[in-house]
Design a protein. Structure first.
Length: 194
């Protein structure tokens, strides 16, 4: 779909630009709040972060599960789009590090997704499959670019790194002083060539 074309709403009609803008603001704000405070953060905190009213949030996302799933898809889309965007870093190794930090923030949100969806196990599993299928190639591309540039080891599989990052993010929900990014940086330092 061309960038200037408006995606259809669930009713099949095109969304107005202000509606799309509000939805984008809500998703960005909710993602930031979820990373900071978890998926059970009060809706009023998301409203304050977005600068929009609580009614606007409920109009777009009637249930918490709707909001969490939308944030999940929004984050996956942003991470997947990184493969097509010009790098915001000076080196392929730094591009990999920036992407991995964004991925870690996403994983913090993802850990609360299953509980937010409660009984929708098939829905959760399909979202997990979507996330793996869309993000694995991106991480693989970033790893290959860094290895070709001579910055990182060439023998690291995207799947292994993705699992390692996921395991390093698990402690966030259990330990209040846990610093996932510090642990991830240690892991990434181990990948670099000196």
């Amino acid at each position: 779909m061309p960038a200037d074309e408006t995606p259809p709403s669930p009713t099949g009609r095109r969304k107005r630009s202000d509606v799309r803008r509000n939805e984008q603001m809500l998703l960005d704000a909710a993602a930031a709040v979820f990373v900071r405070a978890g998926v059970d953060a009060p809706v009023r905190e998301i409203a304050a972060e977005s600068g929009l009213g609580m009614g606007t949030i409920y109009r777009h996302f009637p249930t918490r599960a709707d909001l969490v799933v939308a944030v999940f898809r929004h984050q996956v889309g942003a991470l997947a789009a990184a493969a097509d965007a010009p790098p915001a870093a000076d080196t392929p190794c730094e591009a990999l590090r920036l992407w991995v930090h964004q991925f870690a923030d996403f994983l913090v949100t993802k850990h609360g997704l299953a509980e937010a969806m409660r009984s929708d196990q098939p829905g959760f599993e399909s979202l997990h499959t979507e996330f793996v299928e869309r993000l694995m190639p991106v991480l693989g591309q970033l790893l290959t670019s860094a290895a070709v540039a001579g910055h990182t080891r060439a023998d690291v599989r995207a799947y292994d790194l993705m699992l390692a990052i996921g395991n390093l993010c698990i402690g966030v929900s259990s330990f209040p002083d846990y610093q996932a990014r510090r642990m991830i940086d240690l892991l990434l330092d181990g990948l670099t060539r000196t």
